[in-house]
Write a protein that binds this ligand. Structure first.
Ligand SMILES: CC(C)(COP(=O)(O)OP(=O)(O)OC[C@H]1O[C@@H](n2cnc3c(N)ncnc32)[C@H](O)[C@@H]1OP(=O)(O)O)[C@@H](O)C(=O)NCCC(=O)NCCS
Length: 168
């Protein structure tokens, strides 16, 4: 598996991953109507492409095929985090999460946050996020339960304290 930056032109492939993820991995948590509102087959391709390009996600590939993707905004907010149904349970999500943590440390971020679906809540808890608030989001007019979650990151402690006088 390889994790790398998104390359413009991959928007349609990411849409495939998103559709597969929602309709396969979230189906035990939401109704058909909710899944269709969240990941509609009738998608404005241009709007989707613009969103993905602005989001600048990281993609996980297996043998050259995109298996999942996730982004990390400057504020520490994770907007999208999706693994394709064909690749779930193979450590792709954990590898992407690890990558986001490494990027966050490099950027000196002190917090990660996300609006996490019911289908991913256990996964985020496993990665030590806490639920801040349960909420109902309106997606295309359809209510969907999710949770605002966050994780405090350790401040960069790579600095070396000045040795006390006389001890160096
Ligand atoms: C949640 C998600 C990203 C996990 O991706 P994944 O590649 O399957 O996760 P991994 O294989 O790295 O699993 C890591 C661990 O989390 C556990 N896990 C993964 N998904 C889980 C779930 N839905 N519920 C409980 N545990 C889960 C796995 O069992 C595994 O545990 P282990 O390390 O003890 O074996 C993926 O299932 C997904 O895309 N879900 C649907 C879309 C979604 O809700 N996205 C989030 C939007 S906020």
């Amino acid at each position: 598996m390889l994790i790398r930056d998104f390359i413009p032109g991959e928007e349609t492939e990411l849409r495939r991953v998103f559709m597969s993820s929602v309709h396969t991995l979230a189906r035990d948590f939401y109704t058909e109507e909710q899944l269709n509102a969240w990941a509609s087959a009738a998608c404005d391709q241009q709007k989707w492409a613009s969103k993905i390009i602005a989001m600048r996600p990281f993609v996980a590939t297996v043998k050259g095929q995109i298996a999942g993707y996730a982004d990390l905004q400057a504020s520490g907010y994770i907007d999208h985090f999706f693994v394709s149904g064909d690749f779930s349970g193979q450590g792709i999500g954990s590898a992407l999460m690890q990558h986001l943590h490494e990027i966050a440390a490099r950027r000196g971020l002190l917090q990660l946050s996300a609006q996490v679906s019911l289908s991913a809540e256990s996964f985020f808890i496993k990665h030590r996020f806490l639920v801040n608030e349960r909420q109902t989001a309106l997606v295309m007019g359809t209510p969907l339960a999710n949770a605002r979650m966050s994780k405090a990151l350790l401040a960069d402690n790579s600095f070396k304290p000045t040795p006390l006088c006389g001890t160096a």
